[in-house]
Every structure is written in C-alpha cells, then in structure tokens.
Design a protein around this ligand. Sequence first.
Ligand SMILES: Nc1nc2c(c(=O)[nH]1)N[C@H]1C(S)=C(S)[C@@H](COP(=O)(O)OP(=O)(O)OC[C@H]3O[C@@H](n4cnc5c(=O)[nH]c(N)nc54)[C@H](O)[C@@H]3O)O[C@H]1N2
Ligand SMILES: Nc1nc2c(c(=O)[nH]1)N[C@H]1C(S)=C(S)[C@@H](COP(=O)(O)OP(=O)(O)OC[C@H]3O[C@@H](n4cnc5c(=O)[nH]c(N)nc54)[C@H](O)[C@@H]3O)O[C@H]1N2
Ligand SMILES: [Mo]
Length: 886
Amino acid sequence: MPRVVLNGREVEARDGETVLELARRNGVEVPTLCYYEGFVNGTCRICVVEINGRLAPACITRVAEGMKIETESPRVLEARRTLLRLLVKSHSHSSETERARCKVCSLAEAHGLEKAPVVRGAPLDDTHPAIVFNPSACVMCRRCVIACSMDQNNDVITVVGRGAGSAIAFDDGVPLGASSCVSCGACVDACPTGALMEKGWEPAEKVAETVCPYCGTGCVVEYGVKGGRIIWARGGRGSSNEGKLCIKGKFGFEYANSPERLRRPLIRRPGVPKGPLNGRRVEEVFREATWEEALSLVAEKIKEIKAKYGPAAIAGIMSDRSTNESIYAFQKLMRCAVGTDNIDQSATLCHEPSAWALALQLGYGAATNPVADVLNARTIVVVGSNMGETHPVIAAYVKRAAKAGAHLILVNPLRTELSRYAELELNIRPGTDVVLFSAMARYILEMGWHDREFVEKYTEGFQEWAKSLEPFTLEFAERVTGVPASAIKEAARLYALEKPSMIMWTLGITEHEYGTENVSALANLALLTGNVGRPGAGLMPLRGQNNVQGGADMGAAPGRLPGYQPLTDPAVRGKFEEAWRCRLPEFVGFRSTEMVEMARRGVIKMMYIVGENSVRSHPDARAVAEALSRLEFLVVQDIFLTETAEYADVVLPAVSSALEDEGTFTNTERRVQATHKVVEPPGDARPDWQIFIELAKRLGYDMGFSSPAEIIAELSRLAPIFAPLPERRSAESSGLWTGRERPYSTPPASPGAGQIQTNLLEQPDVVLERLYPYVLITGRERAQYHTATMTMRSTLTRIMARGPVVEMNPEDMKAEGLADGQVVYLVSPAGKVRAKIKASDRVPRGVLFTTFHYSDLWINAVVPAVLNPFTKTPAYKDARVRIERV
Ligand SMILES: Nc1nc2c(c(=O)[nH]1)N[C@H]1C(S)=C(S)[C@@H](COP(=O)(O)OP(=O)(O)OC[C@H]3O[C@@H](n4cnc5c(=O)[nH]c(N)nc54)[C@H](O)[C@@H]3O)O[C@H]1N2
Ligand SMILES: Nc1nc2c(c(=O)[nH]1)N[C@H]1C(S)=C(S)[C@@H](COP(=O)(O)OP(=O)(O)OC[C@H]3O[C@@H](n4cnc5c(=O)[nH]c(N)nc54)[C@H](O)[C@@H]3O)O[C@H]1N2
Ligand SMILES: [Mo]
C-alpha cells in the first residue's frame, strides 16, 4: 500500500485509489463539480490539487508511492479561482432559487468571487411536467449525460456539437417533454448548477434518508422536508441503487401529504351496507372513533368469534409495505394472542412460486446474487419481466451490462423497454415457457455443453430429468412456443457457453398455474450448466413489494414461523412456545387466496387485512367483494380508505412505514436496510407494530416488546439466520445480508444441494381457447403502482398514467372490426367488464395487455381464480377472454 503525504500529514493510501478518494477518506474536502462517483468524467478540473509541485485533477489521478499532495496550497487556490471565474462567466441563472441550487456559484462565493448573474426572461424548456431546463445555466460538466446515459442507461441526454459550441440535447434535439425521458430524475439530481431542476423546487429545512416505499429494489432515498412536509426526493447512496431512483421514488412521494390520508380510527355506522361508497360521504358510512374505542371493539369481536367458531375462523393478511418489525409483531399477534395460523402476505399473489421452487431445489427461496452482479455476467437471460418499467433501477445495471457487451436474451410475449438492448428476443407464446427451457436443456445436453463436474458433484436427480427431456425436441418447441428453433439453439449456446450466465425473472412465469414448474425449469438450466453461486452466475427472481422478502423471512405465511422454521416441527414449536409464553395453533393455516374463498363459503368469519387492497388485487374480484361482505367482521388497516376498506367494520389508520416509522425492509437481494421517520404521521395514525401491541394487550397477551429494536432483538434470538441483525441495524443504510451475499458461493453448492426436478409437459386447453380466443395478460406500467392508492395521489405519477386501456394488436383489431379507442366488453369465465381498446404493436396477435392500476377498469373481475396447486398463486398472466360489442 502506497504511503503518501496529504497536506503535510503522512497517510496510507489504498491500491488503485484516486487522490480524491484518498482525500475524502481522510476527511479532507476537495471541491468537485463534474465528478460522478463510479464513472470517469474529469472535464471541469475544479478538483485540482498540487502533487509534487504540479497541478493535477484529483478525481482521475491515481495515488502513487511517495506523492506529496497539497489540496489548499496558494497555487491550487489560484488555479481553482481562475477556473471558477471562467465557469461563472459561462452561465447565468433564471431565478434566485435556481442560483441557490448552483454549486458553481456557491464555490465562487466561497473563493471570494462574484456569483453568476440572474437574468430574467431567459428561454427555458419547461415542456416536461416536473422538470425545467435552463440552457443558460448549463456549464457543460456532463454529469447529466453520465446520469442519464451511463448510470441509468435511459440514453436520452447527449452532447451535440463540439468544443465551445457543444450543448446538451434530449434525443435528437427535441424539447424534454417530447423526448423519450422516463422521469427518473437522475439528471436533476446530478446537475450541479440548477440548469436541470424540479419545477417549483425550494430549499429544504432538513434532509432525511430512508428506503423507498414502493418496490423490492430497495433504493435509498433522501427527502427534503419543509414545514413538516416532504417537498422533494433525490437518490441516496444505498448499495442497491447507488444514487439512482425511478419515477415513483423520485416523484411519487406526495401521497404522504394527501388530505385523504386516514387520520382517525373509523367505525361503521349501524345498518350501513358494506361495499363501495357509491357517492355516499365517508361520514355517512363511518364515524370517527378513539383508538381506545376502536381497539376495544376489535378485541371484543375477536373474542366473540373465537368463542363461537374457534380461532381458525379468523384470518389475517399482512402488508409487505410494512417493516420487518411490524410483520413480526403481526404474526405473533395472530398466532399467540388470537391463536390462528391463517396469516399470509403478498408473496402468494406474486413470487411465491419462485420462493417455493428455489427452496426445494437450492434450499433457500431467494435470489442467489446481488443485483450489481449482472455487471459480471457475460450472458443475461431476462424472463417474463418488464423490468425497464417495473424494476427500472435494476434494469439500469442490465442495460449497462448489455452495452458493455454482455449477451442479453429476453423471453417475453411482448416487446418491452429492454428490447432495444437485447441481442436475442424470444417472443414466446404465453404459457409455454417450460417447453422452451426444456428444449434449451435438451439441446445443451445433446451438444455436450453442460457442466459435467458440477452436475456430478452438486446435483441430484439428473438421470431421470435428462430422460424426461426426451419429448422436448427443437421442432416440438418451435411448434408449441412459436420461437424459431434457430433462436432456441442460439439462446442455449449463449447461456451454456458464454458464462457466467445470469437468469432474472418476474411475474411472466410465476403468475401461471404452472408457475412453480416454470421456475423449476430455470433452476434446472442453471444447475445443468453450473451457473449458480459465482459472481455473475445465478438465479435472480426480482421481488415485488418493498418488503416482500422480509414478509416471508418474518414468518407471515401459514405454517412458517420466523426464519422459515416449520410450525409442525415439535422442537421448533417447543422453542417458540416457551419464548412466547403461548400455545401455538394446532393447524397450518390458509394462504390469502384460500382465505378469501373460505370467507365466501362462510368458513372464515373474520378477517384482519393490513395494507392490502384485496378487492382490487386478488383474482375473481366479484367473488372477493362477496366474500368480504359475508364476513361477520372485517378490520382494515391502511393509510388510505381503499376499496377494500369500504367493506370494513373498523378501519385503523396506519403510518406510511417507509416515511413515518423506524424499522427495516429487506430488499430483493436479501439486504436489510433501515427506514427512518422522515416526517410526522397525519392525525392519530400509528405505526402498524404499535397497533398490534395494543390490540394484543386487549386480548390479554403481552407481546413482550415495546420498540422496533426490541422486536429485532427477539427475532435474532429465535431465528438464527437473523442473529447478526441487532448490532448492525442502527446506523447502516448500505444494509446487511440475511445469509451470505452469494449463498452458494463457498462451496458453490454443497454436495447434493441442487435438486433437479422433472420438467412438466403442459397441455393447452383447447376448448377454453375456442371459447375465449385471447390471452389477457395483466401487468403494470412505469408510473403506477398496483392499485394506485399512492401513485394516483402524487402529481407527476398521476399525470404520467397511461389510463385504463386494453392494448391490442392492430391486425386483431382489423379482424374484429374494432377502431382505436372503441369500448368493448371483455368476457371471461369469471365475469365481464367494459374496457377501451388501444392499438398497440408491442403485443402479438391473440394477446391483450392491460394493467390492474385503475379503479375505472376493475380488471380482476374477469381474471378467474385459477391457482397454482402448491403456492395458491393466481394465474394472473393467463386469463382467457373474448371480446363482445357494447
Ligand atoms: N411501476 C411499477 N413497478 C412495480 C410494480 C408496480 O405495480 N408498478 N409492482 C412491483 C411488484 S409487487 C412486482 S411483483 C413486480 C412485477 O414486475 P413484472 O413482472 O416485470 O411486472 P408485470 O407488468 O406484471 O410484467 C410481467 C411481464 O411478463 C410477461 N409475460 C406474461 N405472460 C408471460 C409468459 O407466459 N411467459 C413469459 N416469459 N412472459 C410473460 C408480460 O408480457 C410482462 O412483460 O413489479 C414491482 N414494480
Ligand atoms: N390482475 C393482476 N392482479 C395482480 C397482479 C397482476 O400482475 N395482475 N399482481 C399481484 C401482485 S404481484 C401483487 S404484489 C399484488 C399487490 O396487491 P396489493 O398489496 O393489494 O396492492 P397495493 O396497492 O400495493 O396495496 C397495498 C396497500 O398498502 C397500503 N400501505 C402502504 N404503506 C402502508 C403501511 O406502511 N402500512 C399499512 N398498513 N398499509 C400501507 C396502501 O395504501 C395500499 O392500500 O397484486 C396482485 N394482483
Ligand atoms: Mo408482487
């Protein structure tokens, strides 16, 4: 390690470190302007320092033995002043506020120079609804170009022209609002002068950091707060986002300030029927109550129903938008104070088939690598995922890898945002993935491209599986999947030979009746080729909700106590019963989709739904509504009065866990990150965990903890995989792994750890196909999140909504005689809805695509409750419909 002298002090440098990194590590502030962590820029020279008597930019100069570095010498200061003088001259601002954002101006001032002038009336590009661009304030530092086109890889911002004539441009020089900008806001966060800035931006009184309230990527966000309200957000330096955000994280925070937030507990007025408000005012349906009154009523009803029907008649669904601490408290409340194992979380509606298949085959139901590991992959296969819109920050790494030469293969019936970065796109016929992956495996075996040593050492069941691949010839696969044999061969070759290879997937394969088999077929491919447990090689399900991984870890699933310890194991039961001083339920409970069905049949009498909008998100939505109306008692705990809460007897106001509570979320990589109270919650809203403690008390049970830290301490005592959590939890935002960073890395997999499962041959249902000729895929779009309780209450995400439309291939429209924008009925075995057709050539013939975001299009009323037999996950991606005229 090189030894150098920094401002007269001898310090030890790290190998390969830059002078800037060395200085910062030693607490020496060197001003920067164009410097962008992780990327080389080096255009502005503001970070100039003196090294052995010569001036050099600190950000791109590597430390070497014997350097004598001066960061504040008279020569350095003079050089900096000269540079600043030029920079100040080269720009002007359109307002005082804009200038207040300008680092050049603040640096100039600190160096005793004039600030750039404020020139009113300069031409601005204000065509984007949330971002304004003032070209006169640009100093061409190129940070926005790096942010947009190298870090986020959205490739909108470029530099046009040369030398003094160069300028920033969007796409081919169109106004920002007309460009392909996806509103991730990275340019705004990156711009040091305020040339690119949020509309209406103002300085904050304080800046606080937490984890994003939306998806499982787990981005760290910094919020600007003024007068107790969040006024802006910017990317924080978390390990999973490294400063990046997507439109929801950057602009989707205003829901927190919404006047519609629940502030007080509500109790249904006697005799008012359950269901949609239908024009009635909230006050006509519910009356406000104190916590004392509401919780006592809930406790009384629990006791009553338990006495009448037994604890199995009570069921609870817990929110994966809540913290680990709250989820842990919920399952303890339900199991100990109520006595039921009927508890579940969103995974059942989502990635449970992934967790199931991976647990079965690899021993652990979670992603095998960190996300940034895709940068080490030579081949990346993305299956059934619209990650450019649904996991945009993860997509940034995938796009970056592809641009750097990795082979990117997409498997999706639809063209997606990632298509333009792909080397190979397999536009598969929906629901035929197992056939494709089996044909790839068969071909790899035939060519002898498999990793014999790995298979022998680390897998079981290889022979039978290999035999079961017999029917999956290339010809057969081409016929069933619609993917040309040549493309299947090429995908197999790249995956098997251009290693390390990474497979990433989301709901396109899990939300099918055969979702577990789909995931299993992917795991088989990975085991066959040894693509597990190495840098750049692995199996990555991209998880959904921000804390869905934590939800499973904490035991909010039937039969699974915290840390995946089986409720049915006598030793486990003994341990928990002693620690919790209670008798655990004697039965393994229902999954959430089963709970709803059991409520409809009158078996379940009471439900406690925390942070799930079930009438909008479960399949066969009319049956869900019917089930909820039939309950003797329904408690809904949310931050808004959702469509589900409209069926409640009692509504409890929760705080937004991500913004108004202290706790932890576990992201898709199994990284545990701390959330913080950024603002105070509205009214009397309380954190989920506090509500559970209070309710337990009224049921005569003392939960034994009274703070998030005490909950984590208890968890780590009872679930060994979380043992290191308490010490590290507090300070870190970079997070801590549950388990190892790559669980299968050393050794790559223990002998026999990889169970190869027999692939299944699916038979399409011909009769159903004739009656209902279209496959309806329901999914997501960039600016909306699920039932849109939050994204429709934030300005930009609301503006960017694509609306309740059903995308249809123009050829199909012609064949059906439909015009763009025409309203039709979609009819399925489950029901019928009216919907507006939109021509779209990203969907193939025979396929329709829409989202479940809009209350105006209650699409789950036509999605039947066809469930995966193992996980009870709905086949949301495989509803069949026909079109009828209105
Ligand atoms: N903007 C936004 N982001 C989100 C969410 C959100 O609501 N909005 N939700 C979060 C959550 S909880 C989740 S689980 C994730 C979901 O993330 P994604 O799974 O990426 O989201 P979906 O839109 O459901 O996309 C499913 C994809 O699967 C494809 N597909 C459909 N059928 C098949 C098939 O048979 N085979 C294959 N190979 N592909 C198929 C569809 O064309 C679509 O591109 O997103 C998370 N991120
Ligand atoms: N047709 C179709 N349906 C689907 C899917 C699909 O692809 N197609 N995808 C499925 C998938 S993958 C998922 S994950 C589900 C999601 O389905 P849901 O979980 O029902 O959807 P959300 O709208 O995210 O509902 C979360 C609720 O939590 C509330 N909330 C937010 N923060 C907090 C908090 O801190 N505490 C409490 N108590 N409440 C909070 C929000 O206001 C919101 O009402 O939808 C499923 N439904
Ligand atoms: Mo999800």
